[in-house]
Design a protein around this ligand. Structure first.
Ligand code: ZEM
Length: 309
């Protein structure tokens, strides 16, 4: 039998309130360190960290009888996986999360990294994301490299790569809508006390004018902005508009491909629909490869605002 959920989550003894405490610790650390990355803050890099921990997933195929990768084992913390070129800059997210783990050492790294992504999306004004606990540590032997997308490619490549994870067009487009957040870095932002910068992706600039607020702006810019042109610089090929915002080649592929474009237009017109789809698709991403015991509860955490914290 094909096993696309090779990882069995454990039955957790902690209750929702215990995880809400960790949510709050992450959310407060984001709020109280708002100067990071030119005042974009820590939210976007935590979303990327959760996505890269999950996006190594590969379904079972003819060559491989069971699925591999994904967030389950928290393997992104192993040097082999964190050192994958695609993860450049995520050393900062790990540094941030280690301090949270020091306070709550009972949570598995896979649960912590994915909870970080959920917290960041919600605190930046995004939708509520359902989240389930029970990931367990896997050894460094399970570290995965060379599975994350290359931004220089086209729509066919993107479709094929996300099919490996079991995502169809509409899910791919909604997930990449996370590029409303954050920015690209030639060098990762310096940490406190750090002197020598470490490399980022090599791309530069933000996608939107509100990089720490979750919106459907990414789609609106793809549809409405008529000023996109190739950026003139010595770095990797990327798009630029009149306001200095950016798009990766794989982002622009979403309006070059007619099937993707229809979905981009739909999300550009309807932010509620985007939020609804993204919440579902991001939870699916964070749970790729995991089978949960039947009784596992899905948690929906309160934002700091909702708790008046
Ligand atoms: Zn990203 N992403 N991504 N992405 N991403 C970057 C940054 C961020 C691709 C990609 O190459 C890059 C998804 C899909 C894809 C975020 C979330 C999600 C950067 C810049 C690159 C180059 C990194 C840097 O220099 O710091 C490609 C090719 C993708 C698919 C085709 C999906 C799916 C995401 C979440 C659901 C986020 C939030 C960032 C911003 C990080 C930051 O530090 O600001």
């Amino acid at each position: 039998a094909i096993a696309n959920t090779p990882f069995h989550a454990e039955k957790v003894s902690h209750v929702e309130g215990d995880y809400q405490k960790i949510y709050n610790a992450i959310a407060e650390a984001i709020r109280d360190n708002d100067e990071y990355d030119d005042y974009i803050g820590w939210g976007p890099v935590l979303v990327r960290y959760a996505w890269h921990s999950s996006g190594t997933y590969a379904q079972a195929s003819s060559g491989c009888p069971h699925a591999t990768g994904g967030s389950f084992g928290g393997t992104i913390r192993w040097p082999k996986e964190l050192g994958d070129g695609a993860n450049n800059g995520l050393q900062n997210a790990e540094w941030f999360m280690k301090k949270i783990h020091d306070k709550f050492d009972w949570i598995s790294w896979g649960d912590l990294v994915t909870l970080g992504g959920v917290t960041a999306i919600q605190e930046m004004g995004g939708p509520k994301i359902g989240w389930r606990a029970g990931r367990k540590e896997l050894s460094a032997d399970n570290a995965m490299t060379s599975r994350l997308p290359d931004a220089s490619k086209d729509a066919d490549y993107v479709r094929h790569l996300f099919a490996r994870m079991g995502f169809e067009d509409r899910e791919v487009v909604s997930l990449i809508g996370a590029h409303a957040l954050g920015s690209c870095h030639v060098y990762a932002p310096l940490l406190p006390g750090q002197k020598k910068p470490i490399p980022g992706s090599g791309y530069t600039n933000r996608w939107t004018a509100s990089p720490n607020y979750f919106t459907n702006e990414f789609f609106k810019l793809l549809v409405d902005d008529k000023s996109w042109h190739w950026k003139e610089w010595d770095g990797p090929k990327q798009w630029e508009n009149k306001d200095g915002l950016m798009m990766l080649p794989t982002d622009m592929a979403l309006v070059q491909d007619p099937k993707y474009k229809k979905i981009v237009e739909m999300y550009a017109k309807d932010q509620d629909l985007f939020f609804k789809d993204f919440a579902k698709d991001f939870q699916k991403l964070l749970e790729l490869g995991i089978e949960y015991p039947k009784e596992t509860k899905t948690f929906y955490f309160k934002t700091l605002d909702e708790q008046n914290i």
